[in-house]
Write a protein of this length. Structure first.
Length: 328
């Protein structure tokens, strides 16, 4: 009886703990949304003093450009696409901001997410009259370059890895492994292509053609983005866009960037071009209770990178095209 009582108490405690965590998560999300509606979602930090009559805003794209679940109890760090887009639009529409610098350190990511940032760069420049300069870090490849293409100026370090112009879509085929361990999948589908990219059977020729046509369409779009953004001939872009990466020096020689320089060089160039030594502010999300809970959750459930790796493994066979430099 004592053992059963302890088991029952343990189950009850677990259910209570789960209920508390869920309630806190919902409360934190509601709190975050309320702050956003009140216009207090982000915070600005002056990182370089200057003329306070205007500001140069610094935003960061750091990590894979993939739309995650957003704010939750367990979110702590890493690139958050929804947050970035909110901050970008809030920044470009601010009357106090004279120009925007985006610091990019990314291997690229989703086709849609990269395109959304690219389109926002154009909107900031054309609709709001705010010049956008790009400062490339250690890597600004594939989607990281795609989003930068329409910017007024692109800077990179000599050691930056950029380029990787192209599209990738892949899946694992574990048919032979399943045969060896005696596992067979049964699939019921409404059409012949409903399970394209299934890992439990090889693709048909028709499926190869369908998927390749998607990759080709996205690649053509990538080429057009660079040709328009950099004022380059389409044929030249296709010569450069064979998937290879370029160092900052090579990218400069190829016309993919404008100058070599540090983030301080980018700031100085924008101040010079704007004709004023405007102060520089870093725009970033507020660190609320959700972030604190996220940091605590990492100690219990593992690092964000490990969780992301598990997510990528479970979603690997989803038919998703990527503007991504697959270096791992």
């Amino acid at each position: 009886m004592k053992a059963r009582r302890w088991i029952a108490l343990g189950i009850g405690a677990f259910i209570l703990l789960f209920s508390v965590i869920t309630s806190l998560s919902l409360a934190m999300n509601t709190y975050s949304q309320a702050n956003w509606l009140a216009g207090a979602y982000d915070e600005s930090i002056v990182i370089q003093e200057g003329d306070p009559s205007g500001s140069i805003a610094l935003l960061e794209v750091n990590g894979a450009i993939i739309n995650t679940t957003g704010d939750s109890l367990f979110s702590a760090e890493g690139y958050n696409h929804s947050n970035f887009m909110d901050l970008f639009y809030q920044t470009m529409s601010s009357p106090d901001v004279e120009g925007i610098i985006i610091a990019v350190d990314s291997p690229g990511g989703g086709v849609l997410e990269s395109a959304e940032i690219h389109d926002a760069v154009i909107e900031a420049q054309e609709n709001y009259g705010k010049p956008v300069y790009i400062s490339m870090g250690s890597m600004a490849a594939s989607g990281g370059y795609y989003l930068a293409a329409p910017a007024e100026q692109i800077f990179a370090y000599p050691q930056t890895l950029t380029g990787s112009i192209g599209v990738i879509m892949s899946s694992l085929n574990i048919t032979e492994l399943l045969d060896k361990i005696g596992v067979e999948e049964t699939v019921y589908k409404s059409g012949p292509y409903k399970d394209m990219m299934s890992g439990t059977r090889p693709p048909t020729e028709e499926e190869d053609e369908i998927l390749q046509s998607i990759v080709d369409e996205y690649y053509d779009e990538f080429v057009e983005v660079i040709a328009n953004g950099r004022g380059m001939d389409e044929e030249r872009v296709r010569e450069l866009g064979d998937g290879r990466i370029y160092t900052g020096r090579q990218a400069l020689e190829a016309g993919l960037i404008d100058e070599l320089g540090t983030i301080n060089d980018v700031i100085a160039a924008m101040q010079r071009d704007l004709g004023s030594n405007y102060q520089v502010i870093a725009i970033e999300p507020k660190q609320g209770l959700t972030s604190m809970f996220g940091l605590a959750a990492e100690k219990i459930f593992g690092k964000a990178e490990q969780k992301q790796g598990l997510m990528e493994l479970t979603e690997y066979n989803q038919p998703r095209a990527m503007y991504l430099y697959d270096y791992e």
